[in-house]
Design a binder for this molecule. Structure first.
Ligand code: 5GP
Length: 123
């Protein structure tokens, strides 16, 4: 899928839409989700134009990939949730229910988060 420069996170990166910034470095921006699903719900995004994990994992530089992973750990420590823990999630594509077509990692924390995904309904 081609990158859409009008997606909401591209606008946040350009400063056209405000965000509650949590962290920023050369390769990464992190900000609070507008509709939090947990006491802490942070979105961590690469600054580069990557739609999803598919092209990020294939096209991004080692420095960009390392920056995202380091940012996730750093933010969790800064939030004070390394213990008792947290969840990192990235929805990719339509089956993954990705709504914003700019790669993002959700970091959820601040309460017990339950199972990873809902088990399938029994027939
Ligand atoms: P997805 O379903 O693509 O994994 O998640 C997109 C996330 O972006 C959702 O959790 C949604 O609440 C968040 N979001 C959508 N629009 C905005 C916005 O304008 N600002 C912020 N901070 N978050 C947004």
């Amino acid at each position: 899928m081609a990158y859409d420069r009008d997606n909401i996170f591209a606008k946040i990166l350009r400063g056209e839409i405000p965000c509650a910034k949590v962290f920023e470095d050369d390769h990464v921006l992190a900000f609070e989700d507008i509709n939090p699903q947990a006491p802490h719900h942070v979105l961590v995004i690469p600054k580069g134009e990557y739609v999803s994990m598919d092209d990020f994992s294939a096209q991004a530089s080692d420095a960009e990939i390392a920056a995202v992973i380091r940012a996730l750990g750093h933010i969790a420590r800064e939030l004070g949730v390394a213990e008792p823990g947290y969840r990192i999630l990235s929805n990719c594509g339509s089956d993954g229910h990705q709504e914003v077509p700019h790669l993002h990692f959700h970091l959820f924390a601040g309460r017990p988060l339950g199972r990873m995904i809902k088990p399938p309904e029994k027939a």
